[in-house]
Design a binder for this molecule. Structure first.
Ligand code: FES
Ligand code: FE
Length: 422
């Protein structure tokens, strides 16, 4: 008999059997990108258990500012309290369950349910006096808290009560991100896309630069990722990386990382050099805005790009004068919402210190080029004639890591097998 109290509708045995058919060295089979049941399993095993980037604390600067983030059947309220702390709560009233906050952003002194006006403090406590009439103590009826990490302004939440460990990721990412000054950032621009592709195809696309030479003329003019794949150009890339490494260390930063691999199993924060002549990630490589964080000297620029990636829904490229982040949200088996956001120093003034015309195109074009090929990828893998081809051993090594992580997270037994084998 099926368990109707389980919000996720999938057959664990069928999913495990599908996963067991996977053969290393290539992409997943069709069902992983198209089947509603796999999508439900993904929500349960990945999106409910892993840490999700919800948004940036700079978008809720004042007490009572809040935003909501919806993933599958979940909705989360992220709110700044009177004490300045950012907290998160499940967006479901403790009375009869109505969604309490029904907009993407808002500001309120109290969080008030629209149904019967039960009111909650910004720390989630129920303020409405119900004990005498309803017979339950108010202290038992606060909004359900959501686990949260604020990493230098990057807000990560965990939807379930049993998330995977994140302390090591926080310890790795936070000090590196501190240099970038995202705590003192402001949102310069946000672009929302609905990409007609499974979330894994969107993330897989992000994890390899084999496609960069074909798809990203702007991106490859400013970074070494694509050149690195060309054996003839590798010595020059290595020379430039060594120079950048010395420069970064002299600036008090971690050294340059040549590899784009994840450093943790599901996260990384690493600094990569930019092409000579590029001080930041704009089309012409020229400064995008005022310096951020610990970066001070306009004449000694080129701190490269701090790349942060957290599976399953976040990546960000931070230069010394701006950052560009992507937040993925699965909508269904074949659609993913991607919100791309650009951040600059909180005191930077549009028109004086930066223009959107200069700040946006580098990542906007790169992102939109990616969505086009992700959608072509989705269409192709949807065909019954699709069969997984081979991964390039160097070009697509990161994809193998992604798939191994994904399958290990999807099927617990598989994780155990891997751990035992390691
Ligand atoms: Fe929220 Fe009744 S459902 S007050
Ligand atoms: Fe790309």
């Amino acid at each position: 008999m099926s368990d109707l109290s389980n919000p996720f509708r999938y057959d664990r045995v069928a999913i495990a059997s599908l996963a067991s058919r996977y053969r290393s060295g290539g992409p997943l089979e069709r069902a992983f990108y198209t089947a509603p049941e796999v999508f439900e399993a993904d929500l349960d095993r990945i999106w409910r258990r892993y840490w999700l980037y919800a948004g940036h604390s700079c978008t809720i600067p004042n007490a009572g500012d809040w935003f909501t983030y919806d993933v599958g059947p979940y909705s989360v309220i992220v709110v700044r309290g009177k004490d300045g702390e950012v907290r998160a709560f499940h967006n479901t009233c403790r009375h009869r369950g109505a969604r309490v906050c029904n907009a993407e952003h808002g500001h309120s002194r109290l969080i008030v349910c629209p149904y019967h006006a039960w009111s909650y403090e910004l720390d989630g406590a129920l303020r409405t006096r119900v004990k005498r009439e309803f017979g339950r103590d108010e202290t038992e009826l606060g909004l359900h808290p959501v686990k949260l990490h604020d990493i230098e302004g990057l807000i990560f939440v965990a939807l379930g009560d049993d998330p995977v460990p994140f302390d090591q990721a926080v310890a790795d990412i936070a000090p590196k991100m501190a240099h970038q000054g995202l705590k003192d950032a402001k949102l310069a621009h946000a672009a929302r896309y609905v990409v007609e592709a499974n979330w894994k195809l969107v993330f897989e696309n992000n994890r390899e630069c084999y496609h960069c030479a074909t798809a990203h003329p702007e991106y490859i003019s400013g970074t070494y990722d694509s050149m690195r794949l060309n054996p003839a150009k590798l010595p020059e890339v290595e020379r430039q990386t060594a120079l950048a490494d010395a420069r970064f260390r002299a600036m008090g930063l971690d050294g340059a990382i040549a590899s784009s691999a994840m450093t943790g199993r599901y996260w990384r924060a690493t600094r990569a050099p930019l092409m000579e002549g590029f001080v930041t990630q704009t089309l012409d490589g020229k400064p995008a805005s005022t310096l951020m964080g610990t970066f001070r000297q306009q004449d000694q620029r080129s701190a490269g790009t701090m790349r942060c990636t957290v599976f399953p829904n976040f990546w960000q490229h931070a230069s010394d004068d701006h950052a560009c982040a992507a937040r993925l949200t699965p909508l269904d088996a074949a659609r993913t919402e991607v919100v791309v956001t650009w951040y600059v120093h909180k005191d930077a003034v549009e028109g004086r210190d930066y223009t959107l015309g200069h700040l946006l195109p580098f990542w906007q074009r790169t992102a939109e080029q990616d969505w086009t090929i992700c959608e072509a990828n989705q269409k192709g893998v949807t065909s019954p004639a699709y069969t997984p081809g081979p991964y390039g051993p160097k070009q697509e090594a990161n994809l193998q890591d992604f798939i191994d992580w994904y399958l290990g997270a999807l099927v617990p037994q598989r994780q155990h097998d891997r751990t035992a084998a390691e």
